[in-house]
Design a binder for this molecule. Sequence first.
Ligand code: NAD
Length: 481
Amino acid sequence: MAVLEQGLQDYLLPIGDEWVRTEKIDTIRLPYDGSPVATVAQGDPALVHRAARAARQAAAVLENWSNFERAEFLDRIAALLRRDHAAVACLISLETGKPISEARVEVDRGLQTLLASSIVARGLHGEVVPIDGAAIGAGRMAMTIRQPLGVIGIITPFNVPLNLALHKLGPALAGGNAVVHKPSEQTPLSALKLAELIREAGAPAGTYNVVTGLGETVGRALVECPEIDMITFTGSVETGRAIRARAGLKKVTLELGGNSAVIIEPDADLDAAVTRVVQGGYGFSGQICISVQRVYVHQSVATEFRGKLVAAVEKLRVGHPGEDSTQIASLISEQAARRVESWTQEAAHAGAKVLTGGNRTNSTIHPGVLADVPEDSAFMKNELFGPLVAVNGYDNLDDAIRLVNGTPYGLQAGIYTQHLQRAFQAARKLRAGGILINDVPTFRADHMPYGGTKNSGLGREGPRYAIEEMTEPKLICWRVG
Ligand code: NAD
């Protein structure tokens, strides 16, 4: 397969100005069929501390770079990523099992994130403070400048290994910080490749350090390391809770999971909605935090909508991730596929109708559609992370909004209707970080504010918003009279 032609490469850890070899080595395997794709040095807590010290030294250099220098640096990284686009897409596909066409889109998105980061670097500014608005401020002037926090600890999940790292790294560098990154143990390759590009772009030694390994050891050491000023995490709610509990006084932002829903009103354009539900529910086999998991469709159009959706889902091409035509490959592991299979079977036993798909071959789940899924089933209540969508009916919009909101998550939600007033009323009542009108919740442009309410997270990403978290205002006040 084209995707495997790169052969087995041996990856070392970029720490300070070295490429560090370790005694323990991990083999990274293609999740689709378990074939080995690379070996990677495995980090440990001692390397986390070494990386943090190296990052502290780099931070002392980076904080003196002008906005212009930081922006130019980000532009150089983007140019190198553009040059190596095909190789990086291959790596993403190999480590995640993501179809190669979707891996290419991830690199395109990564370029957008770098561009947005370079723009915010150029425009980073404080503000004039009207200090003489209080009697005590008479005869004084004041302003703020934005200063970097110093060393940012990044922890990322398996599903979008390049672009989610860039969503943290881009604004961190734009703000003048250095970084220690703990990528997912399942998907460390694109971060290690990124480190090569960042060095080639002229980074001071220690600007971007990567320490691979397990969350419970290496991730935990990063969270507890006193040299780290902030932890920015993307991953599951369970891990987010553990990190917050251990981070002490460090600043923490959390981008967590979801079980996103979309409402289809009777006046919706059903064909447009079906096209987007297929893209939003089955992209990367549903392993996206804003994947469409629950569809609430008005009873009057439910049969027609389900028929159209089943027909479209049955056309999805299942196959090897390296094939250009593949739309559905595998989940990240057979264990993950077994979990999705069992939640699907449980839902069916509890009364859900399986209209198509849902069966498993090794780590692949065949794309499926379920109807009338009990609201209290694991399939509806939890984050599914599989290529299946539940389509339940409703009688009035308030009921649908209550069902969408009836979950501890709140990342994004969507509503399809031609009725402007109803759309905006729903947008106000839906509890989520972002509301999409006439679209699925899976829409994300990389410069928009992005994040969750309730258990879906704390803080917002999008470089213009993340940079606020990764820098702090310093007040400068002077007497003029
Ligand atoms: P995960 O929580 O299992 O792991 C994420 C990262 O945390 C990994 O690098 C892991 O090694 C590390 N980790 C695990 N335990 C740790 C600990 N105790 N201390 C420190 N680090 C630890 O998540 P996953 O299975 O890799 O990814 C899927 C999850 O990520 C889903 O819940 C998905 O919704 C979420 N996600 C959210 C967003 C978002 O932007 N909101 C985007 C993508 C994925």
